[in-house]
Design a protein around this ligand. Structure first.
Ligand code: S3P
Length: 442
C-alpha cells in the first residue's frame, strides 16, 4: 500500500502555520546529544521518519533517548568515545543525512557497524564520504567499490586530515568533522562553496573547538561535549511549501511561525525576492544559536528570473517548490549549476520535469538545471503524477495543484512523513484542500 493524495483547486490561504521542526538541526541534536556528557533537552524536534531513524540508531548504540512530549526529548549521552557496538544493521531508511553523518562518526568508533537504507538511499552516491574517510585510514566498504550502501565499517583509530571537498555538501563536511571528533589532532574541511553550517554551530555550542575561516573549518579531536538545551526552529525547507502556496494563490495572506533563518539556508527567500514575492520577516530573534523569524506571506504576481548560481547551496532542497513558483510566474525562469538535484532522494530535475509537464507547464531539462516558461493564468492539471517516492516532489506537485484548473493526484506520497508529518492537515488548516485517494482494491 502506498499513499495517494489529491489537491483540489484552491481558495485563498489564510491563517497561521508552524511547520515541522528543522530536519538538519534535529539530526544533529540527536547525534551531539548522544556524544555529550549529561542530558540534552530538545524542544521542537522533528518527529519525521528520517530523524526517528537517527534516534533508533543511537538507541541501538547505547544512548538514552526519552520522548517527553510532542517534539520534546531528553538525550543522555556517554561521551565522544562512549557508544557501543550496535547489535544489528543500522537502517537509515530514506535519510541521506543520517547515513552520511553516521558513516563519519562510526568510522572512528572501535567497533563494527553496517549502514543500510531504502531503495532510494541505496542508490545515492556514498563515494563522496567514503573517499575522505579512507584518507583518514577508515576501513569502510560498500557495494560498487564503496560507492553505494550498504556500507560496512570496521571502526578504529583514524588520522586527522585536511580535506578539500570537490562537492559543496554539508553532509560531506559534517561526515569528516564527526570523524575528526574521536580522532587526535585537527581535522579540516575546505568546501568549494559555503553550505549549511548547523554542525559547526552546534559543535561550538556543545563546547568543541571549531575554527572557521572562510570556506575552511577545523575541529579539534577529543573534545568534552557538554549537554545543552536546544530549541529546534521550524524548517525553512518545510516552510517553503506554505510560502509558495500562498504566493501563487490569489487572495492569500498567511503567517509562518518560528522559521529558521540561518543565512546558509535562506536561498529560497533570495530567489522568491527576485521574483517579486511579498514576504515580510517579522519578529526576528535568536533561538539556541540559530536566527529565527516569523514570515508574513501574501499572494504576489511573480515574474520569471535567472536564478543566480551562487544561491544554489543555500536553496538546494527548495528547487522543486521554486520550479512550481516559476511555472506560475510571468516570464521565463532559468536555473543552472544545480546538478546536485539529480542525486537527492530522487532525480529532482527529471521528477519535476515529468510532473509539471504532465500538469501543462513548459519545462525544459538541462543536465545541470531547468528552463521553465511560466503561465500566470494557471496550469491545466487533471493528471495523476508520481512523486518518485520523494517527499519534496510530492509536496511540490500537491502545491502546484492549487493553481490547476482540474485536481492533481500525486502517487507514492508516504515519504512526506520523512520531513513534514501532518503536511496535509497543516496545509488544510490554511485552506488548501488535500485529500487521500483510496487505492483501487486488487
Ligand atoms: C543536509 C544537507 C544537504 C541537504 C539535505 C540535508 C544536511 O545535502 O540537501 O537535505 O542536513 O546536512 P548535501 O550535503 O548532500 O547537499
Amino acid at each position: 500500500m502506498s499513499i495517494t493524495l489529491r489537491t483540489l483547486t484552491g481558495d485563498s490561504l489564510t491563517g497561521e502555520i508552524t511547520p515541522a521542526g528543522d530536519k538538519s538541526i534535529s539530526h544533529r541534536t540527536i547525534i551531539l546529544g548522544s556524544l555529550a556528557e549529561g542530558t540534552t533537552r530538545a524542544t521542537g524536534l522533528l518527529e519525521g521518519e528520517d530523524v526517528l531513524r537517527t534516534i533508533g540508531a543511537f538507541r541501538a548504540m547505547g544512548a538514552e533517548i526519552v520522548r517527553q512530549g510532542p517534539g520534546q526529548y531528553e538525550i543522555t549521552g556517554q561521551g565522544v568515545d562512549g557508544l557501543k557496538e550496535p547489535g544489528d544493521v543500522l537502517d537509515m531508511g530514506n535519510s541521506g543525512t543520517a547515513m552520511r553523518l553516521l558513516s563519519g562518526l562510526l568510522a572512528s568508533q572501535p567497533f563494527y557497524s553496517v549502514l543500510t537504507g531504502d531503495h532510494s538511499l541505496r542508490s545515492r552516491p556514498m563515494g563522496r564520504v567514503v573517499t575522505p574517510l579512507r584518507k583518514m585510514g577508515a576501513r569502510i566498504t560498500g557495494r560498487d567499490g564503496g560507492r553505494l550502501a550498504p556500507l560496512t565499517i570496521e571502526g578504529g583509530e583514524l588520522v586527522p586530515i585536511t580535506y578539500e571537498s570537490p562537492v559543496a555538501s554539508a553532509q560531506v563536511k559534517s561526515c569528516v568533522l564527526l570523524a575528526g571528533l574521536n580522532t587526535a589532532g585537527e581535522t579540516t574541511v575546505i568546501e568549494p562553496a559555503p553550505t549549511r553550517d548547523h554542525t559547526e554551530r552546534m559543535l561550538t555550542a556543545f563546547g568543541a573547538e571549531v575554527e572557521r575561516d572562510g570556506l575552511k573549518v577545523t575541529v579539534d579531536g577529543w573534545p568534552e561535549l557538554k549537554a545543552q538545551s536546544i530549541e529546534v526552529p521550524a524548517d525553512i525547507s518545510a516552510a517553503a511549501f506554505p510560502m509558495v502556496a500562498a504566493l501563487i494563490t490569489p487572495g492569500s495572506d498567511i503567517i509562518i511561525r518560528n522559521v529558521g533563518m540561518n543565512p546558509t539556508r535562506t536561498g529560497i527567500l533570495a530567489l522568491l525576492d527576485l521574483m517579486g514575492a511579498n514576504i515580510e520577516r517579522i519578529n526576528e530573534r535568536n533561538a539556541g544559536g540559530e536566527p529565527v523569524a516569523d514570515l508574513h506571506v501574501r499572494y504576489s504576481e511573480l515574474r520569471g528570473i535567472d536564478a543566480p548560481r551562487e544561491v544554489a547551496p543555500a536553496a538546494i532542497d527548495e528547487y522543486p517548490i521554486f520550479f512550481v513558483a516559476a511555472a506560475l510566474a510571468d516570464g521565463v525562469t532559468e536555473a543552472r549549476g544545480i546538478e546536485e538535484l539529480r542525486v537527492k532522494e530522487s532525480d529532482r530535475i527529471s521528477a519535476m520535469a515529468k510532473g509539471l509537464t504532465a500538469l501543462g507547464a513548459e519545462f525544459t531539462e538541462y543536465p545541470d538545471g531547468a528552463r521553465i516558461v511560466g503561465n500566470p493564468n494557471g496550469l491545466k492539471g487533471g493528471a495523476t503524477v508520481d512523486s518518485d517516492t520523494d517527499h519534496r516532489i510530492a509536496m511540490s506537485l500537491l502545491v502546484a495543484g492549487l493553481r490547476c484548473a482540474e485536481p492533481v493526484t500525486v502517487t507514492r506520497c508516504d515519504n512526506i512523513n520523512t520531513s513534514f508529518p501532518g503536511f496535509a492537515t497543516s496545509m488544510g488548516a490554511l485552506g488548501m484542500r488535500v485529500e487521500e485517494v483510496a487505492e483501487p482494491q486488487s
